[in-house]
Design a protein around this ligand. Sequence first.
Ligand SMILES: NC(=O)c1ccc[n+]([C@@H]2O[C@H](COP(=O)([O-])OP(=O)(O)OC[C@H]3O[C@@H](n4cnc5c(N)ncnc54)[C@H](O)[C@@H]3O)[C@@H](O)[C@H]2O)c1
Length: 303
Amino acid sequence: GLESPWVLAPQPDRVAVVTGGTDGIGYATARHLARLGMRVIIAGNNTGKAQEAVRQIQEETLNDKVEFLYCDLASLKSIRQFVQTFKKKKIPLHVLVNNAGVMMVPQRRTRDGFEEHFGLNYLGHFLLTNLLLDTMKESGSPGRCARVLTVSSATHYIAELDMEDLQGSYSPHGAYAQSKLALVLFTYHLQRLLAAQGSPVTANVVDPGVVNTDLYRHVFWGTRLIKKLFSWWFFKTPDEGAWTSVYAAVTPDLEGMGGRYLYNEKETKSLAVTYDLDLQRELWARSCQMTGITDVTPDTFSG
Ligand SMILES: NC(=O)c1ccc[n+]([C@@H]2O[C@H](COP(=O)([O-])OP(=O)(O)OC[C@H]3O[C@@H](n4cnc5c(N)ncnc54)[C@H](O)[C@@H]3O)[C@@H](O)[C@H]2O)c1
């Protein structure tokens, strides 16, 4: 159901973009935000499914300000087009939920030639966020910041980031984990930049826990069987998995706070290496090059 463990204030006049809002955790996140009265834009690459998701959310929440905008995160061009279309609407943006992702897909490349986990999960959101930042800066105010929330995963704890080999040697699990580690480093650097600029925008990272979604479709069949048999016992439902994202999107407890890794609505430490300022900076610089963004990191900004 739509029950949530805390009472959240209605959010009329607030606008959210949720990537991957057609399925799983993203769908549940979009629905929760819609129920709070937000205008919710689902960004995704599955038009048929999205139309159905929009219809269902509108029906259940009685909020008709829910819509779909096409965005294929595996294509830098598509992301740029999405942002252009979004900006033509001339509406603010208060919450960006970087939620879409793929896991353990076979080795393949995005339109732009990046390994898919790295390109879609990480670089796609890197570009999307950077292109939407000006709108978010205009939409936030000192007492009520706009919020960037990025969905990582506990898998990042066992990840390695090889700066010299960001998308070379490949293992399905390693590539997924690396993309989720990169998202944590990205969030911390983004938060430092925003704070240094005095921007009314915060950036946090959320870990949804282990959630029963289709994300597992590429996992070994034996593991999937075990999941099927025991999911009721150790998996969260998508609604439960979305709680940390929804909480981070609206709770007054986190007003003005960024650079946090949130798990079960609480701040938790991420992998030690994610706090390495030089690594954050280097990944940021390379990501700017890969996506054609200007690196605005000040020279004084290092470890
Ligand atoms: N399910 C879990 O146990 C778990 C655990 C930790 C983190 N996560 C993270 O949660 C997020 C949501 O995953 P989920 O479990 O709901 O899985 P899911 O497969 O149900 O949802 C993934 C979403 O991403 C979208 N997507 C995939 N490729 C896309 C593309 N090219 N362009 C745009 N959208 C695209 C899909 O359409 C879908 O809506 C992911 O980032 C995942 O890594 C999930």
